[in-house]
Design a protein around this ligand. Structure first.
Ligand code: TRP
Length: 436
């Protein structure tokens, strides 16, 4: 069967290379992803989204430095490049190529409704500026590039925060639109919302984020880490006065690193009026316990950029082994084909045997719903009778896509005979393709 749950699930996640990793990135993304990569037999894809970084910054040196820092952070945190596919987005030329293909099947209106773009437009309008002031086409296209990242590797699950769900839905829409036109080549991804993953507060209590300037770099020195933690905002209750855990950034940070038992103990200490200075020391020691061993590894990696480059090149080779053949199939599907394949006999472009069949669903003037199946060469293979409900027609298509010719007997009463088509021809066309 194709595209079903039975196959190994593929996880994919990217991180934009425009900044220095901070504790919020570690708790929200690096730590859970590295943990996930060690479990199960899922196939995981981790990449450095440096094309995305170009949308955010025009500083070349910063992008290079950030790429190095982020790669070193993931590796220091225990990501095993042998177990997963770890690569840099810009090493995979098929990604921008797929971005273009997707751009050509996606309605512009969908992008008009993207949150990040809309927020920028609203900001401009509120400031009395032109709606699109300072908005690059890159920012507008951001969801398409992200869709290409995901669809290029047939990812099933994409772990994301709530703010990114819309992007995954858009990726699904792009895949659907593409498959509808060109055959079932792209896999529809799903957002994996990790409710248990903490959002870390920053020094000022708001979400830790570079845009709030309230971060603690993941690989600060011990001294720097201590100093930054001392700067976490607290209330002015002195030692001996009971303290609230609710709304305490310090407590939430502690909780993100400590065991359940230690968290309970800290809660008790709050009630008993622990001094803020002591609570900060405990937080510092707890975080440093996790960070210290990685810190050493991180600095060793940062001192050998050529080693990281080598790892990324190996990752790119692994990734390209998947992206190149799929792109070949996609190019063929959309009609970007070598001309020498023109058949001598017919004078027509010969379509490779591997071209996928496509299903077209439509409504007739009698109000009923129909579908037909066309072979990769455009030849009519199946013609349905009328369905009262479009859902039933879609269900029939789905069963044909998933089960191939095995679905035919059950659908017999709903299909018209098509002259000059053998059952074997239909079976071959519907045969699930080998996984690319
Ligand atoms: N948009 C993500 C971020 O800013 C990065 C990203 C790019 C990504 N492409 C992706 C995440 C594909 C998941 C899947 O953090």
């Amino acid at each position: 069967m194709m595209n079903t749950q039975a196959k190994t699930q593929r996880f994919l996640t990217g991180i934009t290379t425009s900044g220095t990793p901070h504790l919020g990135n570690y708790v929200g993304s690096i730590r859970p992803s590295v943990a996930a990569s060690k479990g199960t037999n899922a196939r995981s894809f981790y990449f450095l989204a440096d094309y995305h970084a170009l949308i955010k910054t025009g500083e070349p040196a910063r992008i290079q430095q950030s790429t190095l820092e982020i790669a070193a952070s993931w590796l220091a945190a225990g990501l095993d490049p042998e177990r997963v596919t770890f690569y840099r987005q810009s090493d995979i030329p098929q990604i921008p190529e797929l971005t273009w293909f997707l751009s050509c099947v996606l309605g512009k209106g969908v992008l008009n409704r993207a949150h990040a773009y809309k927020a920028q437009v609203d900001k401009n309008l509120a400031a009395g500026s032109d709606a699109d002031a300072d908005i690059s086409v890159g920012l507008f296209m951001y969801p398409v590039l992200m869709g290409a990242d995901i669809l290029m590797f047939k990812a099933n699950q994409v772990p994301v925060g709530r703010d990114q769900i819309q992007h995954i839905e858009m990726a699904r829409d792009m895949a659907k639109a593409f498959n509808h036109l060109y055959g079932d080549l792209l896999v529809l991804p799903e957002a994996l919302i990790e409710e248990s993953v903490a959002t870390l507060p920053g020094l000022d209590g708001r979400k830790m984020s570079k845009s709030y300037d309230n971060t603690i770099p993941l690989f600060s020195s011990r001294e720097q880490l201590k100093k930054l933690i001392a700067g976490i905002v607290t209330d002015s209750n002195g030692p001996g006065v009971a303290k609230q855990t609710e709304g305490s950034a310090l407590f939430q940070m502690y909780q993100a690193f400590a065991s359940a038992d230690d968290t309970t103990a800290m809660r008790q200490a709050y009630t008993e009026g622990i001094a803020w200075g002591d609570a900060k020391t405990m937080l510092f020691e707890r975080i440093d316990r996790d960070v210290a061993p990685m810190r050493e590894q991180y600095h060793a990696l940062m001192a050998s950029p050529e080693k990281i480059e080598e790892i990324l090149q190996a990752g790119a080779a692994k990734a390209t082994a998947l992206s190149a053949p799929l792109m070949q199939a996609l190019r063929h599907a959309v009609g970007l084909r070598k001309l020498q394949a023109k058949s001598q006999a017919t004078g027509k472009i010969e379509v490779a045997k591997t071209a996928r069949p496509s299903f077209k669903q439509y409504r007739e003037t009698n109000g009923q719903f129909y579908f037909k199946c066309l072979g990769g060469d455009g030849k009519l293979l199946l013609q349905s009778r009328g369905f009262v409900s479009p859902k039933d027609a879609a269900q029939a298509i789905l069963s044909l896509q998933q089960q191939g010719a095995d679905a035919l007997p059950a659908l017999q009463s709903q299909l018209d005979t098509v002259q000059g088509v053998e059952i074997s021809e239909i079976a071959t066309a519907l045969k699930p393709q080998a996984t690319i």
